[in-house]
Design a protein around this ligand. Structure first.
Ligand SMILES: NC(=O)c1ccc[n+]([C@@H]2O[C@H](COP(=O)([O-])OP(=O)(O)OC[C@H]3O[C@@H](n4cnc5c(N)ncnc54)[C@H](OP(=O)(O)O)[C@@H]3O)[C@@H](O)[C@H]2O)c1
Length: 235
């Protein structure tokens, strides 16, 4: 199965399934696959974040953002974040971000000017792109998983050339079953131990019964949430 999560039953490739981590409930475990697979494939595989390096994640309080902050912190990297409110920034810092900037109150480029940023995970695009390129250290990596503020952007290629920057991005859904199987094995090896040890914790903002999926969508569109919104099938 590559899509269609709103279902009571799903047939899946067994290689894509992982065990419920020790100490996690089934509902908590349901918060893991989409975020951990996306974070591992983009930040640790494609952008090759190393221990000792600094990673900046935009949308830091999203399910993806809070997963990256926790995993990066646990594996010895420094995590920075942006988010849309002070409360969201507090959550990012509570889960391990060294610093979070409320982008509605402060220009993140100015705020992070003194930082040495090696990797940026961006889901915003638009005018963040030029700022991201200016912020990155030489040999920095800019990785896209969405472009909520616009996919057509203006950038200065001199930043790319002078600092030898690498820009890339990916979408998980269309990848092959083989790729997802290999990714699942990597995630189980590197991330599942963090879930079992408590270095990666579930961040569930609210659960809804499957019949109230529309309300869950409304909450997601409001952007009030911190972490994951889950649909629970109460059979
Ligand atoms: N490419 C892939 O394979 C892949 C896989 C999974 C998810 N994704 C994408 O990754 C993103 C995060 O996923 P999620 O499920 O964790 O989503 P989510 O919890 O809904 O988070 C989206 C976040 O983006 C922030 N945001 C929304 N509009 C923004 C804007 N214009 N400028 C800056 N921030 C903005 C929101 O909070 P604030 O604005 O208040 O900070 C929110 O925290 C989504 O865009 C999703 O589509 C991509």
């Amino acid at each position: 199965m590559s899509e269609g999560a709103y279902a009571e039953y799903a047939a899946v490739d067994a290689r894509h399934c992982l065990p419920v981590p020790l100490g996690w409930s089934m509902v908590e475990a349901a918060s893991l696959p989409e975020t951990t697979f996306t974070v591992w494939a983009n930040v640790f595989q494609a952008a090759a974040l190393q221990p000792g390096e600094t990673v900046l994640v935009h949308g830091g309080s999203s399910g993806i953002g809070l997963t990256l902050i926790q995993v990066a912190h646990a594996l010895g990297s420094r995590a920075l974040a942006t988010a849309g409110s002070d409360a969201k920034c507090r959550a990012c810092e509570e889960f391990g971000a060294a610093m979070c900037v409320n982008y509605r109150a402060q220009d993140f480029e100015q705020a992070f000017k003194a930082e040495k940023i090696n990797v940026i995970l961006d889901m915003v695009g638009g005018d963040y792109t030029a700022k991201n390129l200016r912020l990155l250290e030489p040999d920095g990596r800019l990785q896209y998983i969405n472009a909520m503020q616009g996919a057509k952007v203006e950038l200065n290629l001199l930043d790319v050339m002078t600092k030898r920057l690498r820009m890339s991005g990916s979408m998980l859904r269309p990848r092959s079953a083989e790729f997802k199987a290999a990714l699942a094995a990597e995630v189980e090896k590197h991330v599942w131990p963090l879930a079992a040890s408590g270095q990666l914790r579930p961040v569930i903002y609210q659960t809804f019964p499957l019949a109230e999926a529309a309300l869950a969508q409304q909450l997601m569109a409001s952007s009030e949430h911190i972490g994951k919104i889950l649909l629970v099938n109460e059979l």
